[in-house]
Design a protein around this ligand. Structure first.
Ligand code: DAV
Length: 360
């Protein structure tokens, strides 16, 4: 599809989508155990699984089921007129070390949303808080170089050192009735790109066990006066990323996770936005979820202000989205969600037809 917009151009979650990167399942490995693991994995019963199996490839049957989901997703995107690009396979099995830490392996290239923060015409490689994901940007180097040659701005946030000084010693996740806390110290700026969500000139970020206040400060200073970076107050026992928590879906429509959002930023109220409260997920408890929570139900992908891709089986949010005026398109995704994340996690939008503006 020919476009007059720069090759990289994305200001929000809903302008008409032209080009997107979708993650790959090939090469994916079970995240190796590391300091951050117990702070982000939602179920304690999984910790032994990670201690014993981290660094190994995911079992073949899980990989094949996830690949089927991704193939259906790519098919839907292409049928809706979107150009789909894929990351490059790199050697995820290779152990690596830095002066500060060693990692048994990398994790793969399942979730571009966490690695690349695309804002306007610029691609920012995120300063990620997981050691095992330190080289995940490798998977996107070919694409970034191509976009750079075509005029995109491309920058990497300061590469974090991730020594023990970046993590609190003896950290325990907060109980439901305790104040929110994360495992990160303020030793150096850290965030995953998925800790950030765009809404034109206003950017929303929540602290998590991959995003600290220094990371938010870095982003504000890097983006400069054209943007306002707002910190959103959330509660999550195992906080990781904002896109199953707080999600401006379209102008005037903010989707929130009722268990996690503690305070809706004033500007939404002042500007009369509708607050859409996400219904509880429908995924059965028996469905295996190795990394994320069932709230991936709200990790949808907007194709424009109306069309939205939603995980098949999530009938309650599908019904609610219709009531709120959207046009849901269902995609089987539970198997990808088992080992990775949702539809938003599995992608990063490169180009949407729209201009930078304020929605408040
Ligand atoms: O388990 O609710 C989802 C993270 C998506 N990027 C969760 C976190």
């Amino acid at each position: 599809m020919a476009s007059d917009y720069p090759v990289v151009n994305t200001h929000n979650e809903w302008d008409p989508l032209e080009e997107i990167i979708v993650g790959i399942v090939e090469g994916a490995r079970i995240p190796p155990w590391e300091t951050v693991t117990p702070a982000v994995v939602h179920h304690d019963y999984l910790l032994d699984f990670y201690r014993q199996n981290g660094g190994q490839p995911w079992p073949q049957e899980l990989v094949e089921a996830a690949q089927k989901d991704i193939a259906e997703f790519v098919h839907i995107l292409e049928a809706e007129g979107v150009t789909v690009r894929r990351p490059s396979l790199y050697d995820t099995a290779k152990p690596f070390s830095t002066p500060d830490f060693e990692s048994l392996s990398s994790c793969g290239a399942l979730m571009p949303r966490d690695v690349l923060l695309v804002i306007g015409d610029q691609i920012i490689e995120a300063p990620m808080g997981w050691r095992s994901r330190h080289h995940e940007n490798h998977a996107y180097k070919d694409l970034c170089k191509e976009y750079f040659r075509q005029g995109a701005r491309w920058v990497s946030a300061p590469r974090p050192q991730l020594s023990e000084a970046s993590y609190k010693k003896d950290f325990l996740p907060p109980a439901e009735d305790e104040p929110m806390r994360t495992i990160l110290t303020e030793h150096e700026p850290l965030f995953d790109a998925a800790d950030v969500i765009k809404c034109g000139k206003d950017i929303f970020v929540a602290q998590s066990s991959c995003c600290n206040r220094a990371g938010i400060d870095w982003l504000q200073r890097h983006l400069g006066d054209a943007y306002t970076v707002h910190e959103v107050e959330v509660f999550d026992t195992h906080p990781m990323h904002i896109d199953a928590t707080f999600y401006p879906l379209a102008p005037g429509k903010l989707l929130i996770n009722p268990e996690r959002v503690k305070k809706i930023p004033e500007i939404f109220k002042k500007s009369g936005w509708d607050i859409l409260v996400c219904p509880p997920p429908n995924m059965p408890d028996s469905h295996p979820m190795y990394t994320c929570s069932k709230w991936l139900s709200m990790n949808v992908l907007m194709l424009d202000e109306e069309r939205v891709i939603v995980s098949k089986g999530e009938d309650d949010i599908i019904r609610a989205l219709k009531d709120w005026g959207f046009k849901p398109i269902e995609c089987s995704f539970y198997h990808f969600e088992s080992i990775a994340g949702g539809l938003h996690c599995a992608t990063v939008d490169i180009r949407r037809r729209g201009e930078l503006q304020s929605y408040f």
